[in-house]
Design a protein around this ligand. Structure first.
Ligand code: SF4
Ligand SMILES: [Zn+2]
Length: 373
């Protein structure tokens, strides 16, 4: 990876900018980050060494461009064309441009841009739902060959499934905020976006926890040095089909805690075995019902990204279906939220047996309960 900063300095635009690292770093050396100026590296992509070879080579990977400003900042309108000229010339390099100003893109592209250049990835950031709903439709509409999304600092829950379903977004990255005034990042927000990526077969990176990280309702202060390594260690980055989630360590809740929680949920506790379910279960016997449960779990839940996930379990028609809804074993989202079983992995035999046991426990309890309470 290489960094090319043609200019330095920026103007704050949206909530994600509040603790901007460019401002923080400049302040620490008494510099005003709102002053936008060309840097000595402006022409870096064209710079050559004594042997006449380009200093930037494809071997060093992607060129992260304009990392101490925003490429589409209006203060840089007079300089951008020259940058495009350099990008056009260096087809051998891949330029990665992260922006909060995707709405300025259309007025900032060169005349020969057509449907985009293959050596440019445009990455729109969105820190919350409002920014996602404003920026992502613009990102999808524009002529761009490679699109990515970054939610960092992530400041709230973001649902972006409808944008991901377009098939036009190649990668999503999420992370918390660092620094003394960091705002909290809840692991549930990260998991939600990750699940959406899994369902849509899109690679996902959990980049960093940030300094204030919430997990299972508890607030943790994470040392700067550990913010990236902890995220990496969690295993929650995802590459489709690579078994990346197999290494995630988690613990399923004990049965008592789980069933107490389910009883407290209005939605889950509403499920009861119907007379028909009950008669069917009694007629077939526990072994047959268990074998059905095993088959449903294997066929409908166990794949890394099950077909129709979220809708694969009918609301009625078999005692196991009812039990799956009652115990939150109905889809991979519910399995992650209630049982901590990560989505985006093929379920092991052990995980499948656990689910079957939970379902059967619930059915047995129901069968033993007085029908006409
Ligand atoms: S757009 Fe980026 S670089 Fe500019 S102020 Fe906001 S966070 Fe900082
Ligand atoms: Zn579900």
């Amino acid at each position: 990876m290489t960094v090319w900063n043609p200019w330095h300095g920026c103007r704050k635009l949206s909530p994600g900018c509040a603790n901007c690292y460019v401002y923080r770093r400049d302040e620490s050396i008494g510099k005003d980050a709102s002053v936008v100026a060309k840097t000595g590296d402006f022409a870096l992509p064209l710079k050559k060494d004594r042997q006449g070879r380009y200093k930037l080579t494809p071997d060093e990977g992607v060129v992260y461009s304009c990392m101490t400003s925003d490429f589409f900042l209006d203060a840089a309108d007079g300089w951008r064309q020259e940058c495009w000229d350099m990008i056009r010339l260096r087809q051998d390099l891949h330029f990665f441009i992260i922006t909060k100003r995707i709405d300025r893109f259309a007025q900032c592209i060169p005349s020969d841009w057509k449907d985009g250049w293959d050596n440019v990835t445009i990455c729109s950031t969105c820190e919350d739902q409002e920014r996602a709903d404003y920026r992502l439709p613009i990102l999808l509409d524009l002529p761009i060959r490679h699109r990515e999304v970054i939610c960092e600092p992530m400041l709230g829950e973001i649902n972006m499934e409808k944008y991901l379903a377009s098939g036009l977004i190649e990668h999503v990255t999420c992370g918390g905020e660092s620094g003394d005034n960091a705002r909290p990042c809840d692991f549930r927000w990260i998991q939600e976006v990750r699940r959406e990526c899994v369902r849509n077969g899109i690679p996902f990176t959990f980049k960093q926890t940030g300094a204030v990280f919430i997990k299972d309702g508890r607030v943790y202060r994470i040392d700067r040095k550990l913010q990236m390594s902890q995220a990496k260690k969690s295993g929650y980055s995802y590459v489709p089909g690579m078994g990346t989630a197999d290494a995630i360590r988690y613990r399923t809740p004990d049965r008592q805690t789980l069933f107490a929680g389910l009883r407290k949920s209005d939605f889950r506790s509403r499920f009861r075995l119907s007379d028909k379910d009950r008669a069917y279960a009694e007629e077939k016997g526990a072994d047959v019902i268990r074998s059905h449960a095993r088959r449903f779990v294997a066929e409908r839940l166990s794949a890394e990204n099950p077909e129709n996930d979220g809708k694969q379990t009918p609301m009625k028609g078999h005692p196991v279906f009812t039990a799956q809804h009652a115990t939150a074993c109905c889809c991979r989202s519910c399995l992650e939220k209630w049982h901590n079983i990560p989505s985006g992995k093929v379920l092991t035999d052990r995980e499948q047996s656990y689910i079957v046991d939970v379902v059967m426990d619930w059915i047995n309890t129901e069968l033993q309960a007085d029908t006409h309470k």
